[in-house]
Design a protein around this ligand. Sequence first.
Ligand code: PLP
Length: 386
Amino acid sequence: MKGCFPLKKFKDIDTPFYYYDTALLRETLRAIVSETARHEGFCVHYAVKANANPKLMNAICQAGLGADCVSGGEIQASVDAGFQPSKIVFAGVGKSDKEIKLGLAKEIFCFNVESVPELEVINGLAGQMSKVARVAFRINPNVGAHTHANITTGLAENKFGIAMDDMPFVIERVSSMKNVKFAGLHFHIGSQILDMGDFAALCNRINDLQDWCDVRHVPVELINVGGGLGIDYTHPNKVPIPDFKSYFDTYARHLKLRKGQTVHFELGRSVVGQCGSLISRVLYVKQGAVKQFVIVDAGMTDLIRPALYQAYHKIENLSSDEPGKTYDVVGPVCESSDVFAKSVDLNECHRGDLIAIRSAGAYGEAMASQYNCRPLPKGYIAEEMQ
Ligand SMILES: *Cc1c(COP(=O)(O)O)cnc(C)c1O
């Protein structure tokens, strides 16, 4: 089964480009909103780093989600797309003074703080601006997620967050500071997680930390569990919308919340991943010594995930229904790792065929580069092509 694409409209557009199925995005957003509405105090922030296309961000903002930013640029892009600062959270292991000042000036909802030196800088800058910054501590829960090693973030050895053992010291420090207010605890264990047991393990760790806070009478207003819900890269047509019900139910079942607490989620990939495809043209079909290569005009500069973490993306030849052949699909960039897939079955390929690389809405366009002086790929919105 192949996806549905407006092929006639694609004919006149320069390839490669990203195509976003905004109807699917809206359907995904409806699923998120209806599943969170079943649980009191659940708030979802969209992780902007997954895709900062202004049209997509605007649709996400319209659906009522907040934004999760990891840079000053993302805070500005979120405000520009219409997100209320009171729904913006700001994470990141290396926030610069300029970025912190922007967050303070916009009066964002919360800074997710990753170290004591950072806490001191935020306190100092907030003092200069006569503001009080709300802060949550990003705690490294030492929970391993069953995902690619490059995208686990919650292990003790990772650079992210504050070690659990340091928490008492940090909480003591914050209580003596005038321009930061401790709001709660933040976590993020990794990305592309499909095993709900990983999220349940995180909940158990959070429950322990909350007990610890209770004993010491440290009020915790919010719990931010980060993002990480995965998508089905193998079956984008059969499973276009992730299982948000299981995801939110897992948290509802395992998190022991205190009265009035809100739970914040930072979802990126699961919101936009399936709505985007990278559309490319076949330049050449080349018979190698042992393999057939399909050389397409998109490369790792347009979509780096396969080269960076051997990520799998389903590939479809949209122009051909001829019986399948086995190909390596590669890009034109001068790097051996510029390979989208090895030994995949595709309908027979010819020069000029249009190829869709699916499930590329998250960490695709956002990670594009200009290596080899290649232009950045453009993003087209389905509704604007009608
Ligand atoms: C990247 C990131 C997210 C989003 O992760 P997804 O896997 O795309 O849902 C959320 N929170 C933090 C802190 C992140 O770094």
